[in-house]
Design a binder for this molecule. Structure first.
Ligand SMILES: Nc1ncnc2c1ncn2[C@@H]1O[C@H](COP(=O)(O)OP(=O)(O)OP(=O)(O)O)[C@@H](O)[C@H]1O
Ligand SMILES: [Mg+2]
Length: 387
C-alpha cells in the first residue's frame, strides 16, 4: 500500500489560557480530570498519534467528551493544535495558508455531520449538488454528478422532491450524497448516523459499505457505538479522556482489549460473531509431520509422543496433505478452514469433524488448528450470560 493518507503525530489540544502548564501535567501522567481540577484547563486531545491508510475506514470511538470531534477538527484545522502535527497526503496541514484552507476542506475533506442542514426550499438534487455549486462547477455538470451519487445512495427517484417530503433516513442519505458528490479524497463523518433509528442506521451503514467496496474511499468515521464501529471499521481507535487507548482491527480489539474501559464497550454485545478461525486457532496444539518422512505406526507414535491423538501431514510448502491418528497411520484426507472464515461456519465444521481442523492462510499454508474446546471456550467467554 502507498503512503498513508493521514498522519497524526503527537497531537494535543488544551482549551484554555495556559495550555503549557496543562501539557506539563499531562506529560507527568496526570489525567484530564486532574488537569481540570488543578488548572481549569480542559484537555480536548492528548498526545494522539496514528495514521489512516488510503482506502480504509478508520473509526474513532469513545464515550461522550473523550475528544473525538476535537480530534477531527484538528485534522481539518477547524481547531488549532496546542502541540503536534497533521499531515494529509504528506502535507503539513498547519503550513497550509489560511487562504487555501477553505478549498482544502471543500475539495479534499468532505464532512458529514449528525445533523446537517439541508436547504428546505431546494430540491434533493439541488441539495446534493450544493458542494459542487460552492466549488464553482457549472449547473449542468454538477447536476449530472449529483444525479450519479443520488443513484448510488438509492435516491434517484426522489431527485425533484423537497427534503421535507423525505423521511429522516432519506434526508441523511442526501447529506451523504452531498459529501460524495464533490469526490473528496478524504471523507470525515462525525456521528453521521447517530440520530437514525437502528434499522435506518444499519441501512446507511450498508450504503456506505457498498460504496466503499466499489470506490475504496478513505473515510474517517466517528461513532460512540461499538457495533457500528465493528461493522464498518477497517481499524478502530478507542479514545478515553483525550487519549487514544487502543488502535486495532475489530478482531484485535475483541480478542485483546487494552483495559477495562475498552472491555466495557462489549457489555451486552455478542462479540463472538466478529471472530474468525484465525482468532480461535492454536498454533502448537497439533503436531505436524513432513510428508517427505516415512510415515508408519512407529513414526506416528513418536510424533504424537503420548500426548496428542492426531498429527497433520504437511508437504514441503506447508500445505495440508491430510492427518494421521494414533489408531490409523494411513494419511487420511481432512478439510481445511481458511483463517478469515467467520465463527458460525467454524462452529459448524469443527462440531462435525472428529479430528481438530487445520487452519490455513489464503495461500493454503498451514497456520494452526481448532478443536471443539477452542470453540466452546470462545462461545462461553464472548456470549457469556447473553446466550
Ligand atoms: N471549544 C471548546 N472549548 C472548551 N472545551 C471544549 C471545546 N470543544 C470541546 N471541548 C472539550 O473537549 C473535550 C472533548 O470534546 P469533544 O467534543 O471532542 O468530545 P466527543 O468525543 O466528540 O464527544 P461527543 O461524543 O459528545 O460528541 C470535552 O471535555 C469538551 O468539553
Ligand atoms: Mg463529538
Amino acid at each position: 500500500m502507498n503512503s498513508p493518507k493521514v498522519v497524526v503525530e503527537g497531537l494535543c489540544k488544551v482549551f484554555g489560557t495556559s495550555p503549557k502548564q496543562a501539557l506539563d501535567m499531562l506529560a507527568g501522567g496526570a489525567t484530564k480530570e486532574e488537569v481540570f481540577k488543578r488548572t481549569g484547563q480542559i484537555v480536548g486531545v492528548h498526545n494522539v498519534s496514528f495514521d489512516v491508510k488510503e482506502g480504509e475506514i478508520f473509526v474513532l470511538m469513545g464515550l461522550s467528551g473523550s475528544g473525538k470531534s476535537t480530534l477531527i477538527r484538528l485534522i481539518n484545522r477547524l481547531v488549532e493544535p496546542t502541540a503536534g502535527k497533521v499531515l494529509i497526503d504528506g502535507r503539513d496541514v498547519a503550513a497550509v495558508p489560511r487562504s487555501e484552507l477553505t478549498s482544502l476542506r471543500r475539495k479534499d475533506m468532505s464532512m458529514v455531520f449528525q445533523s446537517f442542514a439541508l436547504m428546505p426550499q431546494r430540491t434533493v438534487l439541488s441539495n446534493a449538488a450544493f458542494g459542487l455549486e460552492v466549488a464553482g462547477v457549472g449547473k449542468k455538470e454538477r447536476e449530472k454528478r449529483a444525479m450519479t451519487v443520488l443513484e448510488q445512495v438509492g435516491l434517484a427517484p426522489f431527485a425533484q422532491k423537497l427534503p421535507a417530503q423525505l423521511s429522516g433516513g432519506m434526508q441523511q442519505r442526501v447529506g451523504l450524497a452531498r459529501a460524495l458528490a464533490v469526490n473528496p479524497s478524504l471523507m470525515i463523518m462525525d456521528e453521521a448516523f447517530s440520530a437514525l433509528d437502528p434499522l435506518k442506521r444499519k441501512e446507511m451503514q450498508n450504503v456506505l459499505l457498498d460504496l466503499q467496496r466499489e470506490q475504496r474511499r478513505t473515510i474517517l468515521f466517528v461513532s460512540h457505538d461499538l457495533e457500528e464501529a465493528m461493522r464498518i471499521g477497517t481499524r478502530i481507535a478507542i479514545m478515553e479522556g483525550g487519549r487514544v487507548v487502543q488502535i486495532g482491527t475489530p478482531q484485535e480489539i475483541i480478542t485483546n482489549p487494552a483495559d477495562d474501559y475498552v472491555e466495557a464497550f462489549f457489555e451486552g454485545i455478542d462479540t463472538s460473531r466478529y471472530l474468525t478461525a484465525g482468532d480461535l486457532m492454536q498454533t502448537d496444539a497439533v503436531p505436524v509431520i513432513k510428508h517427505s518422512m516415512q510415515i508408519d505406526a512407529s513414526s506416528v507414535a513418536q510424533t504424537l509422543n503420548g500426548s496428542a491423538d492426531y498429527a497433520f501431514v504437511l508437504d514441503g510448502e506447508r500445505r495440508i496433505r491430510g492427518f494421521v491418528g494414533r489408531e490409523n497411520a494411513n494419511v487420511q484426507h481432512i478439510e481445511c478452514i481458511e483463517r478469515h472464515v467467520a465463527l458460525d461456519e467454524v462452529v459448524n465444521r469443527v462440531v462435525a469433524s472428529p479430528a481438530p481442523l487445520p487452519v490455513v492462510d489464503a495461500d493454503g499454508s498451514y497456520c494452526g488448528s481448532i478443536n471443539k474446546t477452542n470453540v466452546l471456550k470462545v462461545l462461553t467467554h464472548h456470549r457469556g450470560s447473553h446466550v
